[in-house]
Design a protein around this ligand. Structure first.
Ligand code: ATP
Length: 431
């Protein structure tokens, strides 16, 4: 299958089965905005849940926050985002790199990467990534910005978090939330959107090279392990070190975790050594118990929830001549278990299947589906296509032996399990 047809299939599947829809579609859509449907929201919530588990619950050196999307505009002046993004920029239509429009030498060099193709540049624009909003009801209204990254909320809350919790350096503050960027060329489905969600950790360490380097390496590896632990294929992922001139204005060191997408290797998550850029900019320091005061350095892991969702879907997509399967990790699968009565018109079968369905809904944390439409083969394929790891069928024998057939999505193997043991059996398999 070629890459563009894989992307087309994913986009079509997402729409058909309720993962992702174009935003405001009944009014012709709006470029760069997407809505998550009943299955998409489950996938996204599962990703966020797993991230929070691994970054906050499993650790004793990280706490979470949820900062406001709109902050005092001074934050963006101090963080450098108002200045750094105010140049006239052109963007390469092929790889979306942006260049100052007056930097002819850099642009010419870049064209060579695309074998001298011309017409790759968008028009030059006075480009500010931040989305403006106007607050208040009387003119002149107060100008503010939707946050362009969730990061600044952590710095703004730094003192409050330190004084209200018992954390000591080295420690981290984790956050998941929406960010907004006026991207010039949104595209590649949800990959480059104007509204998206980030999941970030800012980890504060003592301001020393060896501390910074040690934690930078540590977090790079932790984050890579997280994607692998949720089933992403090793060969689909790689690290890419940023060249000096490519690094953001705040970064001492930066590496991306890239995914081998159908449209080429693409950034999934950035690991940044931000030095003391932010805390210094906001004039914030940290005081040790012995009174020593300093400006911590910050190691950041900054991932995209939407890009994760997209690449987990791409990575899990499998088809053969019989069926399409999303081989999603059970922890990420939107529907955990589907329950079927073998036949739809037999009262006693339906009643037992409904009892099984209700008991699974009570005992398993996640979506359980009931389906009695069409024949059993079609129901299996419909569940395979949305990545449901297990299907449970209640048949005539179940009425006698109080057992059901459990079918595994990936192997299509079937096992007979006693109803009284069913939820424990499934819980074990789903974890
Ligand atoms: P790119 O180079 O692709 O524009 P970036 O380097 O500007 O990305 P960061 O500022 O490091 O991205 O943001 C951290 C993460 O937020 C990215 O790794 C990505 O997962 C996500 N992200 C950034 N911009 C977008 C966007 N426009 N749409 C969806 N996700 C995004």
């Amino acid at each position: 299958m070629n890459s563009s047809s894989l992307m087309e299939k994913i986009v079509a599947l997402c729409k058909r089965r309720g993962f992702i829809f174009p935003g405001s579609e009944i009014y012709g859509g709006i470029t760069g905005f997407w809505d998550y449907g009943p299955l998409g929201v489950e996938l996204k919530n599962n990703i966020k849940k797993e991230w929070w588990k691994s970054m906050v619950y499993k650790r004793s050196d990280v706490v979470g926050i949820d900062a406001a999307i709109i902050m005092n505009p001074e934050v963006w002046a101090k963080s450098g985002h108002l200045g750094a993004f105010a140049d006239p920029l052109v963007e390469c239509k092929i790889c979306h790199k942006r260049f100052r429009s007056d930097r002819e030498e850099e642009k010419d060099k870049h064209l060579k990467e695309h074998l001298g193709k011309s017409d790759v540049w968008t028009e030059a624009k006075q480009f500010n990534l931040l989305t403006e909003v106007f607050l208040g009801v009387t003119e002149p209204k107060e100008k503010a910005y939707l946050r362009g990254e969730i990061t600044q909320g952590v710095f703004v809350d730094f003192e409050n978090v330190v004084s209200s919790s018992r954390i000591k350096i080295p420690f981290g503050i984790a956050q998941i939330g929406k960010a907004f960027r006026n991207e010039i060329t949104p595209g590649n489905f949800t990959f480059r959107s104007r509204e998206f969600e980030q999941m970030e950790l800012e980890f504060f360490v003592k301001p020393q090279d060896q501390e910074g380097d040690k934690w930078f390496e540590y977090w790079k590896n932790e984050r890579m392990k997280w994607y692998l632990s949720l089933g992403m294929k090793k060969e689909s992922l790689r690290f890419r070190v940023h060249a000096d001139k490519e690094r953001a204005h705040y970064a001492k060191k930066a590496e991306d975790i890239e995914y081998n997408a159908p449209f080429g290797w693409s950034e999934l998550e950035g690991i940044h050594h931000r030095g003391d850029w932010d805390l210094s900019a906001h004039k914030l320091t940290y005081k040790e118990e012995d009174g020593e005061e300093f400006t911590p350095w910050v190691i950041e892991t900054s991932g995209g929830v939407d890009r994760s969702a997209l690449f987990f879907l791409v990575d899990a997509y499998y088809e053969d001549d019989k069926r399409v399967v999303l081989k999603l990790h059970p922890k990420l699968a939107p529907v955990k278990v589907a329950v079927f009565p073998l036949l739809a018109n037999k009262e006693n079968l339906i009643s037992l299947a409904k009892d099984v369905y209700k008991s699974l809904k009570e005992n398993i944390d996640g979506m359980i589906m009931f389906d009695d439409r069409g024949n059993i083969g079609k129901r299996y394929y419909a569940q395979d296509e949305i990545g449901t790891p297990f299907c449970v069928t209640v048949d005539f024998q179940s009425l006698e032996d109080k057992a059901v057939t459990v079918r595994d999505r990936d192997t299509a193997k079937q096992e007979r399990i006693k109803i009284e043991n069913l939820y424990k059996y499934l819980l074990e398999k789903l974890s």
